[in-house]
Design a protein around this ligand. Structure first.
Ligand SMILES: N[C@@H](CCC(=O)N[C@@H](CS)C(=O)NCC(=O)O)C(=O)O
Length: 227
């Protein structure tokens, strides 16, 4: 059954699906979406997802939306050396909890800061850069990140991530990569800073970083001169 992933190389949620695919060397076709992309690719995601968001996975006749569901779909239907979800149900439940933490409190607050630099963030509108960001939104997003970092730092003091590339890796790597750009993790959360560095060194993640590098100038708050 042929797999196609619709997404963009600079998109954090696209990375989440790509890391799972790369970790298991799963063959797939990447179908880029965005302003310069093939019209049918953009039309496909707008038809496939209730909010026109990406990534979207096409697996033969099956269409899977939402990055977490894509990773879970791959874990079930395209198994490989990286199990993506721990085999033990209790450990899998913890992996799903962490996936929610990274999406809802790291990725969402990072996107809140990014969104403060943009106008027309509604789906289907042309997004443009504001002359001045909404400083209240920037501060709220950064404060939310700090709280998420503190929670994760406490969690890491007593727990470890699954010992293989998993749903947690897929959620944590892009979330921490971009979040650190808008609110540096720094000395306040040393375990989390180490985790970010470890995740960035994984082959599946460093491949995403390399493929996204040409797009860094588009990061609305401005990308730092480092990974
Ligand atoms: N809950 C979605 C979020 C996906 C998401 O926010 N994707 C961004 C790209 S990283 C997007 O589609 N942005 C364009 C838009 O919102 O119209 C998921 O987990 O897949």
């Amino acid at each position: 059954m042929s797999l196609a992933l619709y997404g963009h190389p600079f998109s954090s949620y696209t990375w989440k699906a790509l890391i799972a695919l790369y970790a298991n060397d799963t063959p797939f076709e990447f179908r880029e979406i965005g302003p310069g992309a093939a019209a049918q690719h953009n039309a496909f995601i707008h038809a496939a997802h209730p909010a026109g968001k990406f990534p979207v996975l096409a697996d033969g006749e099956s269409i899977v939306i939402e990055a977490t569901a894509i990773v879970e779909h791959l874990a079930v239907h395209h198994r490989g050396p990286a199990p993506l979800l721990p085999a033990a149900p209790a450990a899998a439940a913890v992996a799903r909890m962490l996936d929610r933490v990274f999406d809802n409190y790291v990725m969402a607050n990072m996107q809140r800061v990014v969104g403060a630099y943009l106008t027309n963030t509604e789906v289907g509108n042309n997004v443009t850069l504001l002359d001045q960001p909404d400083l209240g939104e920037v501060a709220a997003g950064r404060q939310g990140l700090r709280r998420a970092y503190d929670w994760l730092e406490r969690w890491l003091a007593h727990n470890a991530l699954p010992p293989h590339v998993s749903l947690v890796t897929c959620a944590a790597a892009p979330a921490l990569f971009y979040a650190d750009w808008v609110e540096p993790i720094g000395n306040g959360a040393p375990r989390l800073a180490v985790l970010r560095a470890q995740l960035l060194a994984l082959p599946a993640v460093s491949r995403c970083i390399a493929d996204a590098r040409p797009f860094r100038s588009y990061f609305p708050p401005g990308a730092p001169d480092r990974d």
